[in-house]
Ligand binder design. Structure first.
Ligand code: SF4
Length: 601
């Protein structure tokens, strides 16, 4: 029987711009520069999990392995070794290829993901052959099925892909996954010249899962893991496909098991795709959060099709309806000069997104932008570790690289000093959603979706005291107090359990603040625990997980943390429940203690 080993690059990974971790995208990108309120979390390599679930042979997937363990596994002599990697880890991956060639010369090496796209474009043919037998550019399931002689067009299943999660690291140092994952499609037809994703799929979108399957998979996640707060429907711009979105929305509305009270999803969108909808219909489809590539206020004028329309108006309309928005701003386009780049940052801050990403334009090998800049002689030969969201590798028309770096940090800081921590922005969005749903004539919104927003607001309430205390300035402090007044107006005074939790969070915040002064968090970029997923093809049935997870390298501190966390949460839950039952004023509902963790996007 054919044996397959999948792996990510071996750790440790190169540290990113501003001394942050490559794999912690909340800390690295979406909530940067928020002092102690910067979130931290983990993600999984869903592409490889999807491949492993959709080939007929068993496989092992090493997620964030150590070198020693990778070597041990390679020596077993697999038929295929597949490595999925980012270009940032190019040097690590090439060393892994050399190791495979030496220790298991009969193994065929398959390279995939963004790193493979870069490798394919950058290196000459003989170098590529020396290191790999196959380069998978594009969708991986059909690539592997073809390689193994299996039916390429068979349907793709996504059975309980591992969940991702984030939290404040001083509340939960190793947040457990609470966000499910279903891929709707890959690739994007918008063909932005800087975009590796569109290039990877030849400017096309490939549908991976039809609406009825997406809905089934979402339900399976909620049914198997009742603590799921949201499901990510991954597609570069899923909102483009109105029929798919509306069909999933219809199924959610008709569902009597979870319905709109429970099911909500996040998916990337664009100003252009959103313009196809009456915004009032979006919450009815279960849409709760999105990422919009704003890129630049000037993007529509500069020919980026997806940005036709006003990003700020679109984002404000979504926030008003309780839909959280994240977004991306890119600095360093050729049209940027020292005046309009500040206008761009200010426009972006005015969007008031819940989370945000500010990156630097860079030519990804293989994209049209890279080709053009090469022709113009403007591509620098920089180390692979610096080819990333914040890196560079090319000569900007009007800036020195360090100017862009400082503008990025300044943009992040401006966001925080204007709108405060993401957790408070999220609370405001929940209150917006609650008000908007309660005012609606539609009973599904009034009775179901409003309940979801209420639960989200209650979960975040205990954060107010710490956020107000450590607010970066009076402007933000006042906004937080106004948000608290709005909360009390809607839901009444906090329950005793919420008050206790808020003092607990405040105490932890004092500790975190002190720690930040003595030993700042970005001195310790996070490395992920190494996990081995065993896909044996003997799943425990329809709702059973299709893999077993093993931690090959024992970390006693981490094990203790994971085991103790459950005990701590349960104990807290019980204690706070008693407190509410005894002290909550008559007529109030008991505290929202489903879980002693915050509900965050
Ligand atoms: S819209 Fe986004 S995913 Fe699509 S091509 Fe442009 S940058 Fe890439």
């Amino acid at each position: 029987m054919t044996k397959i080993l999948f792996s990510t690059p071996c750790q440790p990974y190169p540290i990113q711009f501003n001394n942050v971790s490559l794999t912690d995208i909340s800390f690295q990108r979406f909530t940067q520069q928020q002092d102690i309120f910067t979130l931290s979390g983990h993600v999984h390599c869903q592409g490889v999990h999807t491949i492993a679930q959709n080939i007929s042979v068993p496989s092992i997937f090493l997620e964030y392995p150590t070198w020693d363990y990778f070597e041990k596994e390679v020596k077993k002599g697999y038929d295929f070794v597949g490595i999925s990697f980012f270009q940032t880890c190019m040097d690590i991956t090439l060393d892994m290829c050399k190791m495979i060639r030496k220790l298991s010369p009969q193994s065929k090496i398959v390279l995939g993901h963004y790193g493979a796209l870069a490798l394919n474009a950058y290196y000459p043919e003989d170098f590529k052959k020396e290191h790999a037998d196959y380069i998978c550019k594009g969708e991986g399931v059909s690539f592997f099925r073809k390689l193994l002689g299996e039916p390429v067009d068979a349907p793709i299943t996504q059975n309980l892909l591992p969940r991702c999660g984030d939290n404040l690291p001083w509340i939960d140092h190793h947040p457990k996954g609470n966000m499910g994952w279903v891929t709707a499609g890959l690739g994007c037809p918008s063909a932005c010249d800087f975009c590796a994703t569109t290039e990877m799929h030849d400017n096309n979108r490939i549908q991976i899962s039809p609406p009825d399957k997406i809905f089934e998979d979402i339900k399976k996640v909620y049914r198997t893991y009742p603590d799921t707060i949201m499901v990510s429907i991954y597609d570069e711009d899923w909102l483009k496909y109105t029929n798919e979105v509306r069909e999933v929305g219809r199924l959610i509305q008709e569902d009597t098991e979870f319905g709109l009270r429970k099911i909500n999803w996040v998916s990337p969108s664009s100003v252009e795709s959103l313009s196809q909808y009456d915004f009032d219909e979006l919450p009815l489809n279960g849409f709760k959060a999105t990422f919009i590539g704003v890129e630049s206020k000037f993007a529509p004028k500069e020919g980026y099709q997806k940005r036709t329309g006003d990003a700020k108006d679109t984002i404000h309309s979504l926030l008003k309806r309780g839909i959280s928005c994240s977004g991306g701003l890119m600095l360093g386009f050729d049209f940027h000069d020292r005046v309009n780049i500040l206008e761009d940052i200010n426009y972006y801050v005015a969007c008031e997104m819940t989370t945000h990403q500010i990156s630097r334009v860079f030519p990804f090998p293989g994209t049209p932008l890279w080709d053009r800049l090469q022709e113009e002689g403007r591509v620098y030969d920089v180390p692979w570790v610096d080819i990333n969201f914040y890196g560079g590798g090319y000569k900007h028309k009007n800036f020195e690289p360090h100017e862009i770096e400082h503008l990025i940090l300044e943009g992040y800081r401006k966001f925080y000093h204007t709108w405060g921590p993401t957790v408070m922005r999220q609370l405001k969005v929940e209150l917006n959603g609650y008000d908007w749903c309660r005012a609606s004539n539609n009973p599904l919104l009034r009775d179901q979706r409003a309940g979801l927003h209420k639960e989200g607001a209650e979960m975040l309430y205990p954060m107010i005291r710490a956020c107000e205390h450590f607010a970066p300035n009076g402007l933000v402090r006042r906004r937080i107090r106004q948000t608290e007044e709005r909360y009390i107006k809607n839901f009444g005074k906090p329950t005793p359990s919420q008050e206790i939790m808020s003092y607990y969070v405040l105490t932890k915040a004092f500790q975190a603040k002190l720690q930040e002064h003595i030993d700042p968090q970005n001195r310790h970029p996070k490395q992920e625990p190494f996990k081995m997923y065993i896909y044996e093809k003997n799943g425990k049935g329809e709702n059973g997980s299709p893999y077993k997870v093993v931690y090959p390298v024992r970390d006693k501190k981490y094990e203790f943390y994971r085991n103790f966390r459950g005990f701590k949460e349960d104990t807290f839950k019980k204690l706070l429940g008693y407190v509410d039952n005894i002290w909550a004023p008559k007529g109030t509902t008991p505290g929202p203690i489903q879980e002693f963790r915050m509900r965050l996007i």
